[in-house]
Each structure stands twice: as structure tokens, then as C-alpha cells.
Design a protein around this ligand. Sequence first.
Ligand code: ADP
Ligand code: MG
Length: 235
Amino acid sequence: MIELEEVSKAYRTGGRVTVPALHEVNLSIADGEMVALMGESGSGTSTLMNILSCLDMPTAGHYRLDGTDVGRLSKRRLTKLRGRTVGFVFQSFDLIPDVTVLRNVELPMIYTRARVRRARARRALERVGLAGHEKDMPIELFEAQRQKVLIARALINDPSVLLDDEPTGDLDADSSLEIMELFTELNGAGRTVVFATHREETAAYASRIVELSDGRVVSDRKTGRRRPPPTLRAV
Ligand code: ADP
Ligand code: MG
């Protein structure tokens, strides 16, 4: 369960100058929802995703994750809560080109015993439909498959919430379709999925669309959709 209460964020850009990015956002996301955070470039979706993933803290307001106010946790306890609760796909933390797919997925578990690490990485690759690709090198994969490896890496600790900032940002229509079908599947298996997008057709896969404009929630609607839209399935 994700609960944001009057969450604001302003970036300090040196001296007293601040850039407001979120204004008093109130948002609850229940377990098992699939939510798209949609907005034009600069609307605050990445800022919100960073807060949801506990990579960044609000400058005002409260973020409760599974009932715990993350702003009140010590660094150590926050790391622990975050590790078991959220998996985050960073577009900036790309695959390492010269190590295998399996190794890439194992990366976040570097401090765990090799046997456990490997088993979990295999399991995560199975979840995204890439069993059998463990020994491939990233360059041997299609773009959609590379994205799935990033998603597997985010799933390695079997988090209850999967976060992805612009999952289809650089993808063509076919690859986007594959990724959004994977999200639908992961969500169907009970996982909460939250993604940010600028694209209407990507947002359409969510069961709920929360729209941001200038750091404010301007609309919040259910799509009534649990399965991919038929028009996009036919692509
Ligand atoms: P989106 O992801 O929807 O395009 P962002 O959350 O990245 O929007 O940005 C929201 C606002 O915050 C924009 O005005 C952006 O310029 C600003 N911003 C984002 N990150 C930073 C940062 N690290 N420092 C200063 N301003 C930032
Ligand atoms: Mg962004």
C-alpha cells in the first residue's frame, strides 16, 4: 500500500533558488493496482517515481509505504524496507554490455551468496519470460528483451511493487506492446505496478491513470482495464 499525503518536492539548485516539482500531492495506491502516472515532459512524473522508490525524499508531506512513514526511518531501516518492498527500473542504470544476462540480473544482490543470488536471478528471468537466455550477452538480445532483463533485475528480491519510469520511452510499437503485456501479466499475478509515461497508448494499459500537470494531480481515473486494449494487441 502506497500513501502520499500532501507531498511536495522542490529541488534546490544552489543558493536559495529552488525549482518546485510537486505540489501537495495526495495519492493512495492499493496492493494489486496497475497505475500509470501520466504527464507532459516536466510535469513531475520522474520526481514522483523517485519518491515512490525512496531514492528521493519529499521536501514536505508524508510518504507511507506499507504503513511506515519513510521519512521517519533511519537510513538502514529505509534500505531494508525499500529492498523488500519496491523494485525500480532505472533507465539510467543500463545493462553492462560485457557480462551475461544472468550476471546483469544478479547485480543488485552482490552481497548475497553466489548460489542464492544465481537462483533468484534465474527465477526473475523466468518471470519475465527469458528462461534460457541466462548466458546470452546483452548485445545478442532484441531491445524488448533487454528491457525485460532490466525488469528482471528489479524483480530479483520479489518486491510487492514494481516501478518503471518510462518503460516504453525509446521503444518501437512492437517492443512497447511486449513490455506492457509483461506488466499486465506481472500485475495479474498480484504485483502492484506503477509506471510513468508521456504516451497515452502506454498509459491505456493501466487500470488507473493519474495525470500530473505542473506537479499537481489534475485527474485520477479508472480505465476499467485489466487486459491489453484489443487495438494494440493486433499491432
Ligand atoms: P517529468 O519526469 O514528468 O518530465 P520531472 O519530475 O523530471 O518531470 O521534472 C519536474 C520539474 O522538476 C521540471 O521542472 C524539472 O526541470 C525539475 N527538475 C527535475 N529534476 C531536477 C533536479 N535534479 N534539479 C533541479 N530541477 C529538477
Ligand atoms: Mg521523466
